[in-house]
Write a protein that binds this ligand. Sequence first.
Ligand SMILES: Cc1cc2nc3c(=O)[nH]c(=O)nc-3n(C[C@H](O)[C@H](O)[C@H](O)COP(=O)(O)O)c2cc1C
Length: 342
Amino acid sequence: MSAWRIAAYRPIRPVLFRIDPERIHHASLAALRLSGGSSLGRSLCALASGVSSADAALAPLDLMGLRFRNRIGLGAGFDKDGVAIRGWAALGFGSIELGTVTPRPQAGNHRPRLFRLPRDEALINRMGFNNLGADALARRIEEARPSLPAGFVIGVNIGRNRDGDASDYPAAARMVADVADYLAINVSSPNTRGLRDLQDPGRLLDLLGAVRDEAPRPPILVKLAPDLDAGRLEDVIRALVASPAAGVILSNTTTNHNGLSMGSAAEPGGLSGRPLLTRTLDAIGRARFLARPPFAIIASGGIGSGTDAAAAMEAGANLVQLWTGLIYQGPGLIGDGMMAPS
Ligand SMILES: Cc1cc2nc3c(=O)[nH]c(=O)nc-3n(C[C@H](O)[C@H](O)[C@H](O)COP(=O)(O)O)c2cc1C
């Protein structure tokens, strides 16, 4: 059981929250990288998440022609450059989505660019695709691959440089196509001007065709924004069902900051965490109504417990991804999510 792990994390959280969010993020990634490199470290990871390597492979899933050892994944943007791949496997995840990477490295926006909203169990970020570039990520994945367990799926989320255009997607896809198990096309981050315009069904189909030409092998997912109204979302899903896409990720962060407690709520950027859950479940339900299996639906947005994970699967998701929930509930959330009935 993982409930005690989540309870044990609660008194640690205020200590971590005294440190600048981006600094503690990088420190945690460095610690996870170190842990993934030794058998003692990997055992500590399993202890922290409540998922042993045997447990992690108990409920495998076949989706998009891939075998996932379980339904709990890590969302994009947590480990953009793939620094701690072995550590994520040791924590028990069935999949991780690295990136967003762009064809050329870029620094992202000025700091501060990541803010906590503890009363809402939320974050606001305007990172702006800080990353070391798609080539560098491809090398990291290649290096890590031989030491990874079976059924541990690595997706790569691709995007556009700040000064680039839509041709950046096929360019990034070419760089990672041989090492990625799947590609996720990110047309939904709110922090790159004009990016979300690519959600227009016509432009999206052109984009998918261009990416497919450069990357014939891995399945392609499209990650959408939670800010599409119901009609727009349904139009996009109808277009995707008849496209080379294998599925969707619902959804990214939102620009709608209504109803938050004060504090950092006025910071511009994408909101993630608990306030997203209702919208996530609604979008999944609408998408699943239009897109029957084998079209894949991956839940992202506000998953903060095993109950939330179960609700997302009940609504029609095949897999769930964690991100902000890990910051507020700690690594025990991975084990808790795994308990969700499928
Ligand atoms: C700091 C931060 C950085 C993120 N970076 C990316 C990114 O590079 N690409 C992407 O597709 N999503 C990115 N996301 C969005 C997450 O992958 C996820 O879709 C979103 O946070 C909603 O899930 P959550 O409520 O579980 O956090 C980022 C989220 C956060 C909080």
